[in-house]
Ligand binder design. Structure first.
Ligand code: NAG
Ligand code: NAG
Length: 394
């Protein structure tokens, strides 16, 4: 009896890994840009695989109407973000949105993502090893009368013909001739650049006399998934933000710590004064502390940095390095990929209540505005051999 049972189990699990990986490429709505212009749009209810599934991989490319790749020297993706929400099955036209955030600590949209990256997206892999997956569409988690849907936020800058490409992608306010933010509020003094200066429909300064046609593009995202089954193991998504200035009023190790987060998404890097600091490395090191209420096993990690970034890492409370992620540069100083971490499942454990250190380094041989430091981490609360517990989830 036992042998038969084991054989059944075995054949079931080997069957699982062989079959039913599904893959589909989806297109965002059509987006139009003129030379030097910016879009920052939120598209509701975009195409996405349906059903109770385990997401395994996610890949993004910018293409034109003919399906050809558009290089990031022409259309720069500042960021794209995919956010999960519940929408009423029968709504009357307007979007009643109940965001379903990831497990991270920040409250912003960018940090609440399921997936997201920037210009480096084409050169950064995300392939979740078996039997793990990002669980979506679990009917038990969707309230009656609602269905799961996805918001795609795309922030793109068309840099054809601009006077200063790096200045435009760093959203320097003077190049956009912006002195008030999107809502009409004056910028704070010394705000030199960042998202408040390159909002939807702003225009970066073009070279004198440059004229380029408007162009249409799409974000093409290729998703791989498997149907959810008893062998699949769910992952939690954390997105850490280096600007998260965690308040620790109740002292190190207290649960209360996680209540106060101030995540601003972006920060500035001041140029080092080489003449002043003889022999200085000119590296801007930024750190933040991340209290993890519950731990688990790191399955995947990757950072997001902008041009000028030179590496980012997560450390455990005892100083052990959990994952470091380094940008790869292409032509004209663009980040075209980030290195990723796939620790052997089980080998990299975060303890309950552990306080991680997150570090983001930028070169400051020149100053930068509006740079980002994010860390995207996938964590399993259980490993396959601990799978017994799964019946209690049901
Ligand atoms: C910049 O903005 C000001 C006022 O908002 C406007 O008067 C001026 O013409 C703009 N300059 C350019 C170069 O667009
Ligand atoms: C960041 O820079 C500091 C100072 O040079 C260095 O000690 C640290 O290892 C760097 N971290 C990463 C992730 O590159």
């Amino acid at each position: 009896m036992l042998i038969v049972f084991l054989i059944t189990l075995y054949s079931n699990s080997s069957q699982k890994t062989k079959n039913k990986i599904k893959s589909e490429a989806f297109l965002s709505p059509e987006i139009e840009l003129g030379a030097g212009s910016v879009v920052n749009k939120f598209y509701f209810d975009v195409n996405f695989p349906r059903g109770h599934i385990a997401l395994k991989s996610f890949n993004v490319e910018v293409i034109d109407e003919a399906g050809n790749h558009i290089p990031l020297q022409e259309i720069y993706i500042h960021h794209w973000v995919l956010i999960k929400y519940h929408k009423p099955k029968h709504n009357n036209g307007h979007h009643q949105v109940s965001l379903r955030r990831n497990s991270g600590l920040c409250q912003g949209n960018i940090q609440g993502q399921y997936f997201g990256l920037g210009s480096e997206t084409g050169g950064t892999d995300l392939e979740i090893p078996d039997p793990f997956g990002i669980e979506v569409g679990n009917p038990k988690e969707i309230p009656d009368g609602y269905e799961e849907a996805w918001i795609l936020n795309i922030h793109a800058i068309d840099t054809r013909g601009v006077e200063d490409k790096l200045g435009c992608i760093e959203c320097k306010c003077n190049l956009y001739n912006v002195t008030k933010d999107e809502n009409g509020y004056p910028l704070r003094p010394n705000y030199q650049g960042g998202l408040k200066c390159c909002y939807d429909n702003t225009q970066c300064k073009l070279k004198k006399g440059f004229e380029g046609p408007r162009r249409r593009f799409y974000l093409k995202y290729t998703v791989k998934w498997v149907d959810w089954d008893d062998y699949a193991m769910p992952l939690k998504i954390y997105v850490f933000d280096i600007t998260d200035n965690v308040q620790m009023p109740y002292g190190y190790g207290s649960k209360e710590m996680s209540s106060n987060h101030d995540c601003r998404s972006e920060y500035d890097v001041e140029a080092c004064n080489t003449a002043y600091k003889e022999g200085s490395d000119c590296i801007d090191v930024k750190k933040t502390y991340l209290p993890m209420e519950s731990g688990g096993y790191v399955i995947y990690g990757v950072a997001h940095q902008h041009s000028g970034g030179i590496g980012s890492a997560l450390y455990g409370q005892d100083g052990r390095i959990m994952c470091s992620s380094i940008p790869r540069y292409g032509e004209e100083g663009y980040v075209v990929g980030m290195s990723t971490c796939y620790p052997e499942p089980g080998s990299m454990k975060i303890m309950d209540g552990e306080i991680l250190t997150f570090e983001s380094n930028y070169s400051n041989t020149r100053g930068h505005t509006g740079v980002m430091g994010l860390f995207y981490l996938l964590v399993a609360e259980q490993l396959p051999h601990q799978h017994k517990k799964h019946s209690s989830r049901a």
